[in-house]
Design a protein around this ligand. Structure first.
Ligand SMILES: [Zn+2]
Length: 157
């Protein structure tokens, strides 16, 4: 006697819900990275609800699309957190560069965004023209140890 589709679906849902619980809990799979476990759990949860909402006779590629959308939605939290961390690191590097420049007598301009990147900035010393570049994961300090004003002979009036 073959099992009905309804019974198989009910079993599958129960097993997936239990799997989500295991992923969140992590005791059976402690060696899995926690953020990844949680994200897969969220993706499976989205998938259960999306499949429930699919109309009858939907094409297979739209069923597959539900899996892709579940993964994308589950990753949004990760990207938001990663973006915030990069922004915080960028601002930390700016404050460190400003403090370093000030100690060595430089007067930095406002930070200018490097074109083509949201997370790279540079500032120039108004006195000596040296500059410093910062990103979320690096700092390049091209300021001299002591600020030396470049004396430009002024044209007589
Ligand atoms: Zn300077």
């Amino acid at each position: 006697m073959s099992k009905s589709a309804d019974v198989e679906l009910a079993h599958l849902k129960t097993a997936i819900k239990y799997l989500i619980g295991l992923l969140e809990d992590g005791t059976l799979i402690a060696r899995y990275d926690k953020a990844t476990r949680v994200e897969i759990g969220i993706a499976l949860n989205h998938l259960l609800h999306k499949v429930e909402d699919l109309p009858i006779n939907v094409p297979e590629r739209l069923v597959q699309a539900a899996a892709v959308r579940s993964i994308i939605e589950a990753s949004e939290g990760y990207y938001a957190a990663a973006q915030m961390e990069m922004q915080e690191n960028l601002e930390l590097h700016m404050r460190q560069a400003e403090a370093g420049a000030s100690i060595h007598g430089h007067t930095l301009s406002e930070w200018e965004r490097v074109s083509g990147s949201d997370l790279e900035y540079q500032a120039t010393c108004k006195m000596c023209g040296g500059f410093v570049y910062v990103s979320h994961n690096s700092t390049y300090n091209l300021l001299l140890d002591m600020c030396e004003r470049i004396h430009i002979a002024e044209e007589p009036q």
